[in-house]
Design a protein around this ligand. Structure first.
Ligand code: G16
Length: 541
């Protein structure tokens, strides 16, 4: 069969970042921009023709228009069947789980994750392969290379369209399109991982109050089904549960800065017993209890230490992986359990080889991401259910669980400071000079080591260089510097600070206090004031 083709010219800015191609909506609206990128994926993966694809997004502005284009390009590239979430919705973890479940050769997830949405916000698209994980670095490099020389794309005429709201099978050209319930399969997988009876009993006990903030993003329908319907939590336990195209004008990132109002609910009298929030596409999570936000590195460590209490993990863990800038709290648990702990570059895709090879069971990142071998993406609601299951089994308040954990392993104080630098070239210069200063730094007083992180994948031997600068101090502190790979305007320098505190009497301090001197030291090392005129971070999380 031959398909209509359209002549086009390459764009030079289609290099995927940490997680897919993210740009302002206006950029995606430039004629041919979206089609070029999608065709570059089909050209890089010619075997998609004749197979099934999963398609869905976080419901942000431009989601439906993009899916309509994607379906027409997919049909013209010979895809046999597209499985699409109803109304174009699929959270990132739900899409990732659905890909292998329906035997798809891959999937497109339309999201810019935690970036703001709306006509002036961001949009994004990422391609995941047949195991449900994001395309690897070499594969995204190949897509980018293809995008630089593309001269035509195939697309069905605009007359072909699909009703995204109508469950069941429709036809688009030679391609079948099946519209599926976005929640059902995901909820089934969660019921296999966790003890729904114990969690339901806790939520219905009348003495335990939970609040989940969906931040007007994609997890609303998932959370309503799982917490309120399947587990019987009182109506109103899920806040901001209706997905909105602009996330209600908010920044759908579950962290103490962007979810400050939600965090306040937990900081005084009458705090709920347990709280959690998720981001735009449902892969991030923040965990809270009365008077505290659990830092992501601590969350991973507590999960690892308690995994045997949870049905899906009762056989124990093969290993743990964390991204390099994530605190080393999980390393201490791994050492005690006698299992390996891998340190990978930032980006969930780096965990996938380890998961596929059975080397790790739990993975986590400082950017409020945690997940396990059940999926190949990070999974926000999975993490919330893990904690809820843990609370239901241990029947102790969350702060008590944290304090006992710190007493046993020591506390790893952790903070991430973000410095927005409007001029990306200047930010790159800060990093270049920092790298050039490494030999000098290594011999400075109080510095134990300083290097640029290179990762060699233990499964396929691939090497990823320049994944951030690590500086360790002799008193057990660590500073990590790297540029964000998910922003769409200017640049953000991320500075990660951590320090281990074994003394129980000092573990109750606020992280900002415990890390204050490391913070000013990091600014001085990066010469931020001198090189970029910066004296304080834009955000601290
Ligand atoms: C993405 C990746 C994560 C990564 C995060 C932070 O998250 O999937 O693995 O940790 O970006 O990236 P950066 O520090 O480069 O901005 P998400 O939730 O945006 O897909």
């Amino acid at each position: 069969m031959s398909f209509p083709t359209v002549a086009t010219r390459p764009f030079d800015d289609q290099k995927p970042g940490t997680a897919g191609l993210r740009k302002p909506v206006a950029r995606f609206r430039v004629p041919h921009y979206l089609e070029n990128f999608i065709q570059s994926v089909f050209d890089t993966f010619p075997k998609l023709a004749g197979h099934t694809l999963v398609i869905g997004g976080d419901g942000r502005y431009f989601n439906r228009e993009a899916i309509a284009v994607l379906l027409r390009v997919a049909a013209a590239n010979g895809v046999r069947k597209a499985v699409v979430g109803r109304d174009g919705l699929l959270s990132t973890p739900a899409a990732s789980l659905l890909i292998p479940a329906v035997g798809a050769a891959g999937g497109f997830i339309l999201t810019a994750s935690h970036n703001p949405g709306g006509p002036d916000g961001d949009f994004g698209i990422k391609f995941n392969v047949d195991n449900g994980g994001q395309a690897s670095e070499s594969q995204t490099d190949a897509i980018y290379t293809r995008s630089l020389s593309i001269e035509r794309y195939s697309i069905l005429p605009e007359s072909g369209s699909v009703d995204l709201g109508a469950p069941g099978v429709q036809q688009l050209g030679g391609m079948q399109v099946e519209i599926v319930d976005p929640v059902r399969h995901y909820a089934e997988v969660m019921q296999r991982c966790f003890d729904f009876e114990a969690m339901g009993a806790l939520l219905r006990s009348g003495v335990f109050r939970m609040r989940f903030d969906a931040m007007s993003a994609v997890t609303g329908p998932y959370a309503a089904e799982i917490f309120e319907h399947l587990l019987g939590a009182p109506a109103g336990s899920v806040l901001h549960g209706v997905p909105l195209a602009d996330f209600g004008g908010g920044h759908p990132d579950p962290n103490p800065h962007d979810a400050a109002d939600f965090v306040r609910l937990f900081m005084g009298e009458g705090s709920p017993d347990f709280g959690a929030a998720s981001d735009g596409d449902g892969d991030r999570n923040m965990i809270l209890g009365p008077g505290m936000v659990v830092s992501p590195g601590d969350s991973l460590a507590v999960m690892a230490a308690n995994a045997r209490l949870i049905p899906g993990y009762k056989e124990g863990l093969a290993g743990i992986a964390r991204s390099m800038p994530t605190s080393r709290a999980a390393d201490r648990v791994a050492a005690k359990l006698g299992i390996p702990c891998y340190e990978t570059p930032t980006g969930w895709r780096f965990f996938c080889n380890l998961l596929d090879a059975g080397k790790v069971t739990l993975c986590g990142e400082e950017s409020f991401g945690t997940s396990s071998s059940h999926a190949r993406e990070k999974d926000g609601l999975w993490a919330v259910l893990f904690w809820l299951n843990l609370l239901a089994v241990r029947r102790e308040p969350l702060p008590a669980i944290m304090r006992k954990h710190w007493a046993e392993y020591g506390r790893d104080f952790f903070l991430r400071e973000d410095y927005d630098i409007p001029d990306a070239a200047r930010a790159a210069d800060v990093m270049r000079r920092l790298e050039a200063a490494l030999p000098d730094l290594q011999s400075k007083d109080g510095i134990a080591s300083a290097d640029s992180f290179t990762y060699t994948d233990p499964v396929d031997g691939s090497v990823s260089r320049n994944q951030g600068i690590r500086v360790s101090t002799r008193d057990g502190g660590r500073m990590v510097f790297r540029l964000s790979g998910t922003g769409t305007r200017g640049a953000t320098l991320r500075v990660y600070l951590e320090r281990h505190e074994p003394d129980v009497s000092k573990q109750g301090a606020a992280a900002v206090t415990a890390l204050a001197s490391l913070s000013s030291r990091a600014r001085a090392i990066a010469r931020l004031e001198e090189l970029a005129g910066i004296t304080k971070p834009t955000n601290v999380t």
